[in-house]
Design a protein around this ligand. Sequence first.
Ligand code: AMP
Length: 142
Amino acid sequence: MSEPTIFERIVDGEIPADIVHETDRVIAFLDANPLSPGHTLVVPKEPHERLRDTPPGLSAEIFEAVRTLTPAIEDAVEADATTVGINDGPAAGQEVPHLHVHIVPRFEGDGGGPIHAVMDGAAVDGTVDSGTIAAAIAEELE
Ligand code: AMP
């Protein structure tokens, strides 16, 4: 058996967290190193590592929690907007191998950027045309 993730330990009550929402299958708590006040993580209680590992019904429950929490958090911290994101895999910056959605409250003039800023300066391979990529994705879904 692999070591429980830090988020499983929060679910099990082994380590403390500021829990803001909980259902049978989903838990949400404040991030320990917040990017802004109210930065919250929405986490399935089962330790699925990535989106590709997560059963469809559970992913719907996770996103329902995100939908419910986002305006509540905005109102609680008087934010102007929210960035929602997932680091889905180590190459995307995922450090905790247990799926989680970041809800990051945003404020006018907070100095942060849009999600597009994540790829600022990254080398993009423009050699494959978009039609080929779209066809490859559609084929994967068949
Ligand atoms: P990621 O890079 O997407 O895997 O993000 C992991 C997040 O988990 C980071 O934002 C951490 O600050 C947060 N984190 C790590 N340990 C804890 C903890 N014990 N309680 C709350 N948040 C945590």
